[in-house]
Design a protein around this ligand. Structure first.
Ligand code: MN3
Length: 251
């Protein structure tokens, strides 16, 4: 692997203009203060990743009646595809073309916003599709159930907290169930396409369950009733996938 450091430089230019003088003489002083901030992202030394756009694991109409086919088609083929395409453009030339998304997210604060928005959008939707299944699948494993009880008191209390994160997220964003670095569970909400893997997230950890609460995820069917969309979500959870992700995160 080539030794390649990605250096992102922001050049902030401040133009200070002073006009006028007591004598009436036009006196323009223009000062430019340049401030250079340089942050270095360490070399990626993990396994080279080829970023691909995976097929949706079920048909567009498979999540009916909770999520309608038209929403799924637009959401996957336009929105998700768009984030993927724009991520591929944004990562080009950064030296991070074959870095894992986890690595990119870990250094998010030092990287261009286009990588944050589109890398987030690319990853978050892939995770979202994977934790959904037609009519739901399986149930929380004994291990995950104990962790949920330990963190929230009960399954009901967890769902209540998750729903609150989803309905309470102002504007566009996501709700998450995540495994923190001490292996405990937490619920959080993030704005836009941020996620808990990013160093900019308030609550950091590995997400194992995700809910997209952007209007594009529900507006055709639910209009402004985000709460009904959030309630419907519980009928679609692929617990087998969530259990698997939980085990991966704690090991
Ligand atoms: Mn979306």
């Amino acid at each position: 692997m080539k030794l390649k450091h990605f250096v992102f430089t922001t050049l902030a230019l401040t133009a200070l203009t002073a006009c006028g003088s007591p004598s009436g003489q036009q006196n323009n002083n223009q000062a430019e203060a340049a401030q250079t901030e340089t942050s270095t992202v360490p070399e990626y030394s993990g396994i080279a990743v080829e970023h691909t756009f995976a097929a949706l694991p079920y048909a567009y109409d498979a999540l009916e009646p909770y999520i309608d086919a038209q929403t799924m088609e637009l959401h996957y083929s336009r929105h998700h595809q768009g984030y993927y395409n724009n991520f591929m453009k944004a990562v080009e030339g950064t030296g991070l073309e074959n870095a894992s998304l986890e690595f990119i997210f870990e250094h998010m604060s030092k990287l261009p916003t286009a990588l944050r928005n589109n890398g987030g959008g690319y990853y978050n939707h892939s995770l979202f599709w994977s934790v959904l299944a037609p009519g739901g699948q399986g149930a929380p494993s004994p291990e995950l159930s104990s962790a949920i009880e330990e963190a929230f008191g009960s399954m009901e209390a967890f769902q209540e907290q998750f729903n609150k994160a989803a309905t309470g997220q102002f504007g566009s964003g996501w709700a998450w169930l995540l495994v923190k670095t001490d292996d405990s569970l937490a619920v959080s909400g993030t704005p836009n396409q941020d996620n808990p893997l990013m160093d900019v997230a308030e609550v950091r950890g590995t997400p194992i369950l995700a809910l997209d609460v952007w209007e594009h995820a529900y507006y055709l069917k639910y209009q402004n009733m985000r709460g009904e969309y959030v309630s419907s979500f519980w009928n679609l959870i692929n617990w087998e996938e969530v259990n698997h992700r939980y085990l991966m995160a704690i090991n």
